[in-house]
Design a protein around this ligand. Structure first.
Ligand code: ZN
Length: 222
């Protein structure tokens, strides 16, 4: 059987023998389903993001507060504790930008994984190197992103008789000028990030010509 070579989308190392399962959004934020194909992310990068990017975010007061309120357990089944004295400080913008940038590259994998050359196309795309180096090696200036509340935390939606809460959703928006924005909603807040550069002006223009709709829903219920 022919086995394709695969390379890590962050550090470009050979991953054909790697067995780490990469979650696009951490399991401790309620994601059990959305994982990347084996070989997309090497074990070293997987561990790096877990320890240096996701853990500090998950331990920040606002995320502990949200997870406690919605009873979202960690991988080990524990719901975090939050006390009013912990406050509601947001994680720093740099850390948040790197977290969203990591998700952005992984959303791109998720959206293209059915094309046989997805791995080569992403690894060899030099336009993604800035973001790779920023999220994985903490290089360069902060990465910009936009955020806004789409629905109140703990909003409950009804689909027929079925009741559900939305913890997270994601998609890729390609604008008229061929910019790629990853769009992710976490606990009701929509975040967008341009995976090809640090500006978000293209998204602001998209918003203006789409009357402020969210790319997560726009055009999907027509
Ligand atoms: Zn790697």
């Amino acid at each position: 059987m022919h086995i394709d070579m695969t390379y890590c989308i962050f550090c470009k190392s050979d991953t054909k023998n790697e067995r780490s399962r990469e979650h696009i959004i951490p399991e401790s934020m309620g994601n059990a389903d959305h994982v990347l194909p084996l070989g997309a992310v090497c074990h070293t990068c997987n561990q790096y993001f877990a320890r240096k990017v996701e853990r500090p975010l998950l331990e920040s007061p606002i995320f502990r507060h949200l997870r406690a309120g919605m009873e979202v357990p960690s991988k080990r089944g524990r719901v975090p504790v939050w006390n009013t004295s912990d406050g509601l400080n947001l994680p720093g913008r740099r850390l948040m930008g790197r977290f969203l940038g990591k998700i952005g590259l992984e959303v791109l994998v998720h959206k293209t994984q059915n094309v046989s050359s997805w791995n080569k196309a992403i690894v060899e795309q030099s336009g993604l190197d800035e973001l790779r180096n920023h999220v994985r090696f903490n290089a360069g200036e902060d990465w910009s992103f936009t955020s806004r509340t789409l629905h109140p935390v703990k909003a409950v939606f009804y689909d027929g008789a079925e009741r559900y809460e939305i913890l997270h959703e994601f998609d890729m928006l390609i604008t008229d000028s061929s910019e790629y924005y990853s769009v992710v909603s976490i606990f009701g807040v929509e975040f967008t990030l341009n995976i090809g550069g640090r500006t978000t002006e293209g998204f602001e223009r998209w918003l203006a010509s789409n009357r402020g709709a969210s790319p997560l829903y726009s055009g999907k219920n027509a």
